[in-house]
Design a protein around this ligand. Structure first.
Ligand code: ADP
Ligand code: MG
Length: 224
């Protein structure tokens, strides 16, 4: 039986009177690529923060096995560190500079290695955040709408990068997105979060690239 990297049962997260996550169950298997769709405000970022250990006020069973990297929806870069330092910070026993520069080349930001974070555009900051998550080669990669601020061409390049990395290192990935095509193209399994729990699950046919003719129902659930 495949090992689980994430096991969540009966997860409840309440803000005041509002139950944002309500008896949610979720399993992510080792090496599996899962996409999580859901309307704005449905609790996707809240779920990722809980899995990352950044929100400890939830109830229920939450088990995360192994090392975790997160790329946040709003990139959180240290403004007083240059871009390459933001990527390499906290890496132990390696040449941080070299590793950072390689990762920055992969996200097409070679020219920005020496820049200060506050001079970056939103899309550039997002890619630095992605590079920082990728260099850690985590067991679990949590990606919160990491491509949202990117132009279409750069987004495609980043899709390829994440897919390549996943094929090579096989981390478990939980990708939050509102882009149905992106979810279907990248993920083994697509989940829809609504009313505080997973309300739909879709397994795209194996093989890439994936194109899907009949997405009507899935779209309706996410975009309605
Ligand atoms: P999503 O990422 O799916 O757009 P979020 O997880 O960011 O949604 O937020 C889900 C809901 O929880 C929203 O209504 C949001 O306002 C609320 N929420 C999130 N964090 C907090 C917080 N720290 N305090 C109060 N409400 C919050
Ligand atoms: Mg969010």
């Amino acid at each position: 039986m495949a090992q689980h990297t994430v096991t969540v049962r009966g997860l409840v997260r309440q803000f005041g009177p509002r139950r944002v996550l309500d008896d949610l169950d979720l399993v992510v298997r080792q090496g599996e690529f899962v996409a999580l769709l859901g309307r704005s405000g449905s609790g996707k970022s809240t779920l990722l923060r809980i899995l990352a250990g950044l929100d400890r006020d939830a109830d229920g069973e939450i088990a995360v096995d192994g090392t975790v990297s997160v790329a946040f929806q709003q990139p959180r870069l240290l403004p007083w560190r240059r871009v390459w330092r933001n990527v390499s910070l906290g890496l132990h026993g390696v040449d941080g500079r070299e590793v950072a520069e390689k990762a920055l080349a992969e996200v097409q930001l070679t020219d920005h290695a020496q820049a200060w974070p506050l001079t970056l555009s939103g899309g550039e900051a997002q890619r630095v955040s992605l590079a920082r998550a990728l260099v850690r080669e985590p067991d679990l990669l949590l990606l919160d709408e990491p491509f949202g601020a990117l132009d279409a061409l750069t987004r495609l390049a980043m899709h390829r990068l994440v897919d390549d990395l996943w094929q090579r290192h096989r981390p478990a990935v939980l990708l939050v997105t509102h882009d149905v095509d992106e979810a279907l193209e990248l993920a083994d399994r697509v989940l829809v979060l609504d009313e505080g729990r997973i309300v739909a699950e879709h397994t795209p046919p194996a093989g890439r690239p994936r194109r899907h003719a009949d997405l009507t129902e899935l779209r309706a659930r996410v975009l309605a």
